[in-house]
Structure formats: C-alpha cells, structure tokens
Design a protein. Structure first.
Length: 226
C-alpha cells in the first residue's frame, strides 16, 4: 500500500479516518466498561465494537494509549457536566451546589468508568488516568477562583491550592460514597459537600478580612478559557 504523501490531501483524510475509528472504539470501550466493570478486557471492548482484537490495536499504540483515550473522553464528559461552573452565575452557594451536584451526578451515572480510571491509576507507572482528570478540572477551577480573588483584591497565588483542595475533597468523599451508596443518599452527600466547600472558601475570605453572604449573587465570572 502506498503511504499518503504530505500535501496531497490523502494524509489529512487518512488522519481524519483514523481519528474517527479511534473515537468509535472509545465509544465501544465506554459501553464495555459500563457492562463488564473496571476489569474489562481488550476482548470485551473488541467484541462490543464488533471487531477482532488485532483490529482494535491498529488504532492505538498499546493498552496504555487506549486507556489514555478513554480518560480523555471521561474528562470531556465531566467538563461538559460542569459547564455552569465555567460560566459562573448566581450566589456562591448556588455555584458550589451546582458543581457538587454535577460531579456527584456524573459519578453516580458512570461509576464503572470512574473505577476503571482509578484502577489504571493504581497499576500504572506514572501518575495515572484519574489523577489527570482531576488535574484538568482543578486547573479550570483555578481560573474561576483567580477571577473572584482578583475581584476581592486578594492574592491569586492561593487559587491553585484552593482549587486542588476543593477537587480533592469532593472527589475523595464522592468516591468513598460510590463504594457504599446506601449509607447516604446522593442528595445528603451533595448537601454535606456543598457546606464543607463553602466553609473552606469562607474561611479563606475571612482570613483576609472579607465577609461574603453565600446566598447573595456574586458578580458574574468570565468564561473559563479552554
């Protein structure tokens, strides 16, 4: 087979076709994970996609590349579910509640996917898939905090610490709840997390001599950059 030459149009079509096939296989992987759980095998994914296993790995460098593509898709899903956070409106409590509800809702709906990413973080040689997902969320949340810290004329250097702390708190508590969901209702969990996050932010503001009514509207924040 003749390889497509750069500039003749075939290279772009080839790359586009490969990306489409990769996306289709990731779709199949998500369905297989939902059905078979975090220990899903490449054979399960290939069966769900309706192809032989060798065809699956023609589109991915190796198992780690496939896991990375799955993690990227999970990140996209979570980012979309948290859209109200990236364009904040309303009071502090409304913003926090919307974010917590979105995260716990996604986790409840995609529990096996979360477990899959966590498992591959534990067995991977580097930081891992779920850690990367949380990092993307925390970095975006940092931009939101930077905006409001600037509005209140506070030191924006604390924004990353705040955002990673909030993401870590919500994620670790929600992940624990996922393994024992009957101990608390999702609504009660979300209410607890909303209060805890507010107390963390409130303490930060009060330490700088600023008091904010959590139920009064805040100035609208600018959209978070991609």
């Amino acid at each position: 087979m003749t390889s497509p030459r750069p500039g003749d149009g075939r290279a772009a079509r080839w790359a586009g076709q490969r990306e489409r096939r990769r996306s289709e296989f990731v779709d199949a992987a998500l369905r297989a994970i939902a059905e078979h759980g975090p220990l899903v095998s490449a054979a399960h994914i290939a069966d769900t996609a309706g192809v032989a296993r060798p065809q699956l790995y023609r589109q991915f460098d190796d198992a780690a590349d496939l896991t990375r593509a799955i993690a990227d898709r999970a990140t996209e899903q979570i980012i979309v579910s948290l859209r109200p956070v990236w364009e904040p409106r309303g009071s502090a409590m409304q913003m926090i509640s919307a974010a917590v509800d979105a995260h716990t809702g996604w986790l409840a709906e995609h529990g096996n996917l979360y477990r899959y990413l966590t498992l591959h973080s534990q067995i991977g040689r580097r930081e891992g898939a779920i850690a990367d997902v949380k990092t993307v969320i925390a970095r975006r949340l940092t931009q939101v905090f930077e905006y409001y810290l600037t509005t209140f004329r506070l030191d924006t250097r604390i924004a990353p610490v705040l955002s990673f702390g909030v993401v870590g708190l919500v994620d670790s508590c929600a992940a624990q709840w996922l393994e024992a969901p009957h101990a608390l209702t999702k609504a009660r969990l979300a209410g607890m997390l909303t209060r805890w996050v507010w107390h963390l932010l409130d303490d930060t503001l009060r330490a700088a001599g600023i008091e904010v009514d959590p139920d009064l509207p805040l100035p609208p924040g600018g959209p978070v950059h991609q």
